[in-house]
Design a protein around this ligand. Structure first.
Ligand SMILES: Nc1ncnc2c1ncn2[C@@H]1O[C@H](COP(=O)(O)OP(=O)(O)OP(=O)(O)O)[C@@H](O)[C@H]1O
Ligand SMILES: [Mg+2]
Length: 304
């Protein structure tokens, strides 16, 4: 079943065309990531799907509902982490979670929610007393409170320390394992690589690429890069015939046939009794591909 379907979505704020004809679809049970530079239109798109903003045109279906109609039956099935949270700072963590649990027909037990995000010890602290990362965890807790079928997470782990981030990833993986659908935005390519089944990249309000994290833009077929330290007093075998570059004593070979290249390189090294320090083979990371795809899109911002 399709959880989210968007066809030719458009939204302007005055003269700013934030979303310019986006189409995408998310299958139920999928972890889907919407990526793009600052100002690309991610939050606008997500908040239209959540029912918080009005679209100008286009067709939108979320769990079979049009979010613009504000149906209670839809809201009951959604969990939401907004990019900027609006939690009452004078409530305690427990009170906040309970308040949101109260909006849902079958909420998760409060202790379980706090445990999932690692806030058990802070249950009685006021929100104002939480650190930035702890407040963000509370945002995630709120999204989980109703045991939702579909979760919208707009940059959910911004400000998390590395261990909290890992923990959040495990929580999200766990929810996906239960068959929940996750609609994520993120600027962390590690996060997307780890979590997402499928990715759509938007820039300046339009879709510019789509695929899985491993195959986006032909990543899996891209040339491999072999690197190693230039051995002292050695001359590289000419037969490698590759695009070799030496920077700061590091040799960099680009090859479409890494198996053969490594065979030739290491055979030569072993026979010549040469150690290839720091030898590694890499492919372009998701971040490399992402930067390449988004760098030349007119009107897309690349920094805050
Ligand atoms: N309420 C608003 N009023 C006017 N313009 C807005 C409003 N919200 C967003 N915009 C503009 O719409 C464009 C898209 O913004 P949006 O917040 O959707 O981007 P984003 O992809 O979520 O960016 P980020 O990565 O920084 O969160 C930007 O040019 C932004 O300035
Ligand atoms: Mg945003």
């Amino acid at each position: 079943m399709v959880a989210v379907e968007v066809v030719d979505l458009r939204k302007s704020y005055g003269a700013v065309e934030a979303v310019r004809g986006i189409s995408l679809s998310v299958a139920e049970g999928e972890v889907f990531a919407l990526l793009g530079p600052n100002g690309a239109g991610k939050t606008t798109t997500v908040e239209i799907l959540e029912g918080f903003r009005r679209r100008d045109s286009g067709d939108v279906s979320v769990l079979g509902f049009d979010p613009a109609h504000g149906d209670r039956k839809l809201k009951e099935q959604l969990g939401i982490v907004l990019q900027t949270s609006g939690v009452d700072p004078y409530l305690t963590v427990a009170e906040t979670v309970d308040m949101f649990r109260g909006y849902y027909p079958k909420p998760r037990p409060r202790d379980e929610v706090l445990e999932l995000v690692g806030l058990t010890e802070k249950a009685d602290s006021r929100v104002t007393k939480l650190s930035g990362g702890q407040q963000r965890r509370l945002d995630v807790a709120i999204a989980l409170a109703g045991d939702p079928r579909l979760l919208f997470l707009d940059e959910p782990t911004t400000g998390f320390d590395p261990s909290a981030r890992r923990n959040a990833w495990e929580v999200i993986k766990g929810l996906a394992g239960l068959g929940k659908t996750i609609f994520l935005t993120s600027h962390s390519m590690d996060e997307v690589q780890y979590l997402a089944d499928r990715v759509v990249i938007i820039a300046a309000g339009k879709v510019v690429a789509e695929g899985t994290p491993d195959t986006l833009a032909g990543r899996e077929k891209a040339a491999a890069i072999v690197r190693f330290q230039m051995p002292e007093n050695a001359v590289l075998p000419g037969g490698l015939g590759l695009v070799a570059r030496i920077d700061d004593g590091i040799v960099r070979l680009e090859t479409g046939d890494p198996t053969r290249t490594l065979y030739e390189l290491t055979s030569w090294a072993v026979q010549s009794d040469i150690e290839l320090g720091g030898l590694e083979v890499t492919r372009p990371s998701l971040e490399d591909v992402y930067l390449e795809i988004t760098k030349n899109v007119a009107g897309s911002e690349t920094k805050e």
